[in-house]
Unconditional design. Sequence first.
Length: 180
Amino acid sequence: MTASDPAAPHIPLVETPEDPLARELFAKLAAGRGILNLHRMMAHAPPLMKASGDMALVFRNDAVLARSLAEIVVLRTAQVIDCDYVRARHIPLAHAAGVSDAKIAEIANWRESTAFTPAERAALAFAEPAAVLKPVGAATFADLRRELSQREIVELTMLIAFYVSTAIFIKALALPDEKK
């Protein structure tokens, strides 16, 4: 990609990090799920790359919020804020959490679908305005409180905020999708 290429990121991706922390993080990623363009861009700021990765791992491994519910909400958040990069990365994670292809296909039309549990419906109704920085209505929040604990609500809110900020990062720096 060249600087004049409209598909090029605004700053170059880091392929071989010089920073010791970034090298360490790349080695861990390479041994696990792999190094994404998101990581290659974040490698310009290694301490923030580490913090972002740590936060993502907390959502996946240490949150009490059900993984399947979290992935459904991440997918809807990605749809609402139009971030295909996040959506594409989270479809496999949703599958791993037990979300079916049929349910994933229904996420955009969840209000009309019978595929979602009351907790998922409450979380989706909350996620939509939250993801676009709109107030959450009292009735929506009351439904959420009936379905989720206070800790789950805080985790859900932080999850939405994390992926909105990730989308901002991706879009602002024109992060390209992974090479096929």
